[in-house]
Design a protein around this ligand. Structure first.
Ligand SMILES: Nc1ncnc2c1ncn2[C@@H]1O[C@H](COP(=O)(O)OP(=O)(O)OP(=O)(O)O)[C@@H](O)[C@H]1O
Length: 693
């Protein structure tokens, strides 16, 4: 039988080349192989056909000693081993790659072969014994037996020793007369080569496809996108930018930026390597906002161009959408009325805290303006263009609250809406969520909220997907959370997460100097500027304790406007003493001693125009029963048949009173006013007394 002896330097090369030859000619030729590493034959070989793994092997003395008389020797030429090399195609142009091999020569040879194969978009840095000063890069190509790769390298592409190239294989086949057309050996070799090439082509195709895809994405974007490399040449220029600048992308890519843009100020701005920045530019008829930043990897500058007019229109549309859904913050810092020391101080603090992204806890008695401040915080934060959603924890039942906040997947529970539901946290993405009355949350919900604050992600009820959310949390309470923590009713960890920043709103009795300003603003807001208020009334109002704070003051003003005669508010118009909210401390002992003041939900006996209030409550109930949403207009209409028909303002005042007494709950948006269980009980008891009503 024919025989061949393979001589190599390293064991790994011997194994790889032996396998290669075995696959091609193993059926016809007996192959023996030796490596210097493992030891060469002790006696010189005679009359053998010897294949050396490398041209240089001829010059190695131990190899020379092996070659005895009658031997025919050929030095193999080698070609890069395709296996794993296709991975290199996936890296972006210009990526730096540490290229390790046994000598500078083999490094350079292999790098050249790669470049010839078309894998020439990368920056290869040769490393070899004698020059193992590893560069600080994330990717390395290294022989499979090389193990001293620095630990910071994130990905190592292992390459097997290079294979014998086709010319060497043909020489071997020739020697054994195996090259005749149709010979199975040459066919097998060709098949192998074709398979390898096909893999390479496939990988290139994949790279092309993803390039094409990226190209489509870039051109589908509504903003102009530009990238300029370190040397000032344009590498990315999408179609939208072409429209904005009136330049065809193919005429821009590859050109120097300053030859394409004739606005030196803009060129300087884009190539400025300082921090990220936005600037407004006029380009002919078009106004654009340019955002510039630098890529860390290769110091390219990237700039996005937004058409200012379109962006403003888009923002307006977005605001309108949010408005339609009721997801906007109605109040700004300017709506917070008052010039007293405590109010000015808290406004200044609020403005500073609003600028951060951290959660804020607002504490304060009922009616001090917690919701007003939350709304103002959103509007002067960087999220002001995003949605603002307010959730009142005491107004919604626990189960409903959980599904409202987190949403649910299709079929998560009986009665779940088909197709699932997007929760409020998801809807508030990019904006602020206001968690009002946070002290009224169950421990179970507190645990879920804690996770949101810690992980900034949620999972819908019945879902398994983790959804990241970008929402700022502002929470408020009129309860003393520290006491609740000591009673085991509030989680301490949640408290600290919520209270990263903290605002304690001053009570009205500590800033009675603000009362005249507040009165003036409420009168203006309700369009009652023609009504005069006597100075002694203001003095008396300033002297009152206002346990219901600004809300109570506002309700009182509304009431006085409704009842006053001849457009003048006099002392006699101030409501009966019993109508005012009492200090909780004087009314209650436990367990709500955790609250600062009487909660609005405590049903109190009617002391003011009982009959009218009951009629109104009944009317609300009737409207709800008929499946309609009660609003002020409907209530005014209904009252026209009563002994004393009500005006819209009177209805509003009475609704406030009903809410303070805990009989109704005024909700935002489409839910409208709802009756609380105490309200329903009151109606039913009243109807039982007066069946005709
Ligand atoms: N400084 C202020 N300037 C103008 N209006 C105010 C001010 N503070 C509160 N208000 C008004 O008082 C009413 C009650 O305010 P808000 O609902 O924000 O109070 P709250 O503290 O959230 O009450 P609760 O604890 O009962 O929910 C609102 O109509 C609000 O606009």
């Amino acid at each position: 039988m024919n025989s061949l002896v393979l001589l190599t330097g390293s064991t790994i090369t011997r194994t790889v080349l032996h396998r290669q030859l075995e696959e091609i000619i193993g059926d016809y030729v007996g192959i023996t192989s030796f490596s210097i590493e493992e030891g060469l034959p002790e006696n010189p070989l005679e009359n053998q056909f010897i294949v050396l793994s490398h041209k240089l092997a001829e010059t190695i003395p131990s190899i020379q000693q092996c070659i005895g008389p009658g031997c025919k020797v050929i030095s193999g030429k080698r070609i890069i081993n395709y296996e794993n090399i296709d991975k290199l195609l996936c890296y972006p142009t210009g990526t730096s790659i540490m290229f390790i091999n046994d000598s500078l020569e083999t490094c350079m040879e292999t790098i050249e072969s790669l470049q010839e194969l078309g894998i020439n978009h990368l920056h290869y840095i040769p490393c070899y014994p004698g020059n193992l000063q590893f560069p600080k890069v994330d990717i390395a190509v290294a022989p499979s037996n090389f193990h001293q790769i620095p630990p910071y390298v994130k990905e190592v592409i292992r390459i097997n020793p290079r294979l014998l190239d086709i010319s060497t294989i043909i020489q071997i086949l020739d020697h054994f007369h195996l090259t005749e057309p149709g010979n199975v050996v040459s066919q097998r070799y060709m098949r192998k080569i074709i398979q390898l090439s096909k893999r390479l082509v496939d990988a290139m195709q994949k790279a092309n496809d993803s390039n094409h895809h990226l190209h489509q994405v870039l051109n589908g974007v509504n903003d102009g996108i530009l990238s300029v490399n370190k040397a000032g040449y344009i590498t990315v220029f999408n179609e939208e930018l072409g429209h904005l600048l009136n330049v065809k992308p193919e005429r821009a890519i590859g050109k120097k930026l300053l030859h394409v843009l004739d606005n030196p100020e803009l060129v300087a701005f884009i190539q400025n390597t300082d921090k990220e920045e936005d600037r407004w530019f006029s380009l002919g008829q078009i106004e654009v906002v340019v955002h510039r930043f630098q890529l860390d990897t290769d110091q390219s500058s990237v700039a996005t161009f937004k058409n200012a007019r379109k962006t403003i229109e888009l923002e307006k549309r977005l605001q309108l959408e949010l408005q339609k859904k009721g997801y906007i913050a109605k109040h700004t810092m300017a709506d917070i009325v008052g010039q007293s020391g405590p109010l000015v101080a808290i406004k200044e603090k609020t403005m500073k805290l609003a600028k951060t992204e951290l959660p804020i806890l607002i504490e304060g008695e009922s009616g001090t303006g917690k919701e007003l401040f939350a709304s103002a915080i959103h509007n002067c934060s960087q999220r002001s263009k995003g949605p603002f959603l307010a959730v009142n924890f005491s107004a919604i039942s626990e189960d409903l609250l959980e599904s409202e906040l987190f949403g649910y997947e299709d079929g998560a529970f009986t009665g779940a809406k088909k197709g699932g539901k997007v929760g409020l946290f998801e809807q508030a993405n990019g904006g602020t969520i206001f968690l009002d009355e946070i002290g009224d949350t169950s421990l179970k919900l507190q645990a879920r909220l804690l996770r949101v604050l810690q992980e900034k992600e949620i999972m819908r009820i019945g879902g398994s997907k983790i959804i990241p959310i970008d929402v700022r949390i502002v929470a408020a309470t009129n309860k003393d959370l520290l006491t609740m923590i000591s009673l085991g009713k509030f989680r301490e960890d949640l408290y600290h997460r919520l209270k990263v920043l903290f605002l304690h709103l001053p009570v009205l009795r500590e800033r009675s100097d603000d009362i005249p300003l507040l009165i003036e603003s409420f009168m203006k807001r309700s369009g009652a500027e023609q009504i005069r208020i006597m100075p002694d009334v203001i003095e008396q109002l300033k002297a009152m304790p206002w346990y219901g704070n600004v809300r109570e003051l506002k309700n009182t003003i509304d009431y006085m406007q409704a009842v006053c005669d001849g457009n003048v508010i006099r002392l006699s118009d101030i409501p009966n003493k019993n109508s005012f909210q009492e200090s909780l401390r004087s009314v209650q002992s436990t367990p709500a001693a955790t609250e600062y003041s009487a909660p609005a939900s405590l049903p109190a006996p009617f002391t003011f125009e009982d009959e009218e209030l009951l009629s109104l409550l009944d009317a609300l109930y009737a409207i709800r029963e008929s499946g309609q949403i009660p609003n002020r207009k409907r209530l005014v209409d209904l009252s026209q048949t009563w002994r004393k028909p009500l005006t819209e303002q009177q209805v509003r005042y009475r609704l406030n009173l009903l809410e303070q007494r805990g009989y109704i709950q005024k909700n935002r948006g489409r839910i409208g006013t709802t009756l609380t269980p105490s309200g329903v009980a009151k109606i039913l008891a009243n109807r039982a007394k007066k069946p005709g009503m």
